[in-house]
Design a protein around this ligand. Sequence first.
Ligand SMILES: O=C(O)CCC(=O)C(=O)O
Length: 338
Amino acid sequence: MVQKRTLDTFFQPPSQKKAKLEDQPAHSTATTSQPASTHKTYPFAVPQFPDSIQEILISSTPAAEGKSITHLQDLDLLYFQPFIPKSIENELFNFLRSKLFFYRVKYKIKRGPLETDINTPRFTTVFGLDETSKFGPGGGGSGGGGEILDTKSGVKVPVDKYKKCVCEPRPIPACLDQLRQITEVFTGSSYNFCLVNYYAGGNDSISYHSDDERFLGPEPAIASFSLGARRDFLLRHKPPKNGEMLGDEDSKVLKYPLVSGDMILMRGKTQANWLHSIPKRKGGEVDKGRINITFRKAMVPGGTANYYQYNVGVGEVYKWNPLSRQMEPWTDHGKSPS
Ligand SMILES: O=C(O)CCC(=O)C(=O)O
């Protein structure tokens, strides 16, 4: 594991800012001196983390060593309980819930001649670009924010390169990009996409699936953060393809009750062989809401198109309303009254 000193050096704040930070208690609600992230594709600007969050993220993550879970066939997890220190997990949850824009994506799937309408049972949002492209300078997103450039040549990509995307790709805002970079240091993998789920209550869920799309390449590493309400994370082995039988232990459902601040890294053969889900739940903390952040690496433009289709879609923007304490459709009153 890379030493913390490396991380401190990596994110060395400007000296002026550091002096200001040292004057403030860790729980301070101080705002940041850094600019908000803006981009032509963002419905509204996304602020940088307050100094109170940044300082702890840089100096004190991960809050615990990752525990390796490899006792079952093809399973390779690294479980941080927690990764995000207890002193900031609630502030981080509240910040992300109130500052990000979300979507409630609807789409159709075709099974034979039948078309079925799917309403994604949670709020989602996504940022990033696959390995073949990068954002050029000129915007507020920390990955650049301007035009989309070819990764190798640095030249602007042809206008039709992302024509299969339902919307223009968006750079990861500086706040989430800071968490991405920290995650890279402590997982030894690199990521170019950030997907965010918000489960408003116990009826919001994600059904059993695996993140084994070809556009992620073989043996993808996916770092998955939990913030807010405790929810069960279930894993079960896929039925073996070649008629083999699974052992008794390998065929059991695994249940991890993820709490705020936890991070599970899924890697190796996990996605090829295991399914995971967050099932609907009643009671407990579920109505507090839960945010899940995953960092992944898409290799080709097909991955970019897929992520925007299923996590942004073509519907309206939602934003957290602190008065009604729920996600509500957001309209840009300044520009386009609806
Ligand atoms: O919310 C979670 O913990 C899981 C999210 C997930 O499986 C996904 O976004 O693919």
